[in-house]
Design a protein. Structure first.
Length: 164
């Protein structure tokens, strides 16, 4: 459902990692992001039931309203498009302390925390240190944090989403 004030449409793809394969997921998000001129995109894997102590894994749904307020977190792989690159600065994004930083277009980058999406985890969150380093490098005020009242948010161009 989209509203006249929405700046973005949302594409969600949830699939079995064993069927799609990590390279397929990454390739899809990278290609779709450049094809559609995305401002933001991400790839992440939810823990299996055993890793979640039998509880269903949590979901974070990123909606157009989220992008207008903050980014919820650092995901395993992220696309930062022109709005974020303009806000953060191309040199800052290009020098992000991530395993991979790839320029996908004139102002679009892919950031990846580890070599493989299915890299075996060790500890509670093996990428927590990297997530903190990336957030600090890009700017903590981009990301949601309990108690934070001021966020850095790009100015998005009106797209007319929600018009019929």
């Amino acid at each position: 459902m989209f509203y006249p004030t929405d700046t973005h449409a949302t594409i969600t793809l949830e699939c079995n990692n064993a069927v799609a394969g990590p390279d397929g997921l990454v390739g899809f998000v990278r290609e779709a992001s450049t094809t559609f001129g995305a401002d933001f995109g991400y790839v992440d894997v939810l823990p299996g039931p055993a890793a979640a102590n039998g509880e269903p894994p949590g979901f974070v749904y990123l909606t157009p309203q989220n992008l207008q307020a903050w980014l919820p977190e650092i995901w395993w792989g992220m696309v930062l498009g022109p709005a974020y690159v303009d806000l953060i600065g191309g040199d800052v994004v290009a020098s992000t302390p991530a395993r991979e930083v790839t320029r996908l277009g004139p102002a679009t980058y892919w950031l990846q925390l580890s070599e493989h999406l299915t890299q075996p985890p060790t500890g509670a969150d093996p990428l927590e240190r990297q997530r903190r380093e990336v957030a600090a490098h890009l700017g903590e005020r981009l990301f949601w944090k309990a108690g934070r009242t001021s966020f850095a948010v790009p100015r998005f161009a009106a797209t007319g989403a929600g018009r019929r």
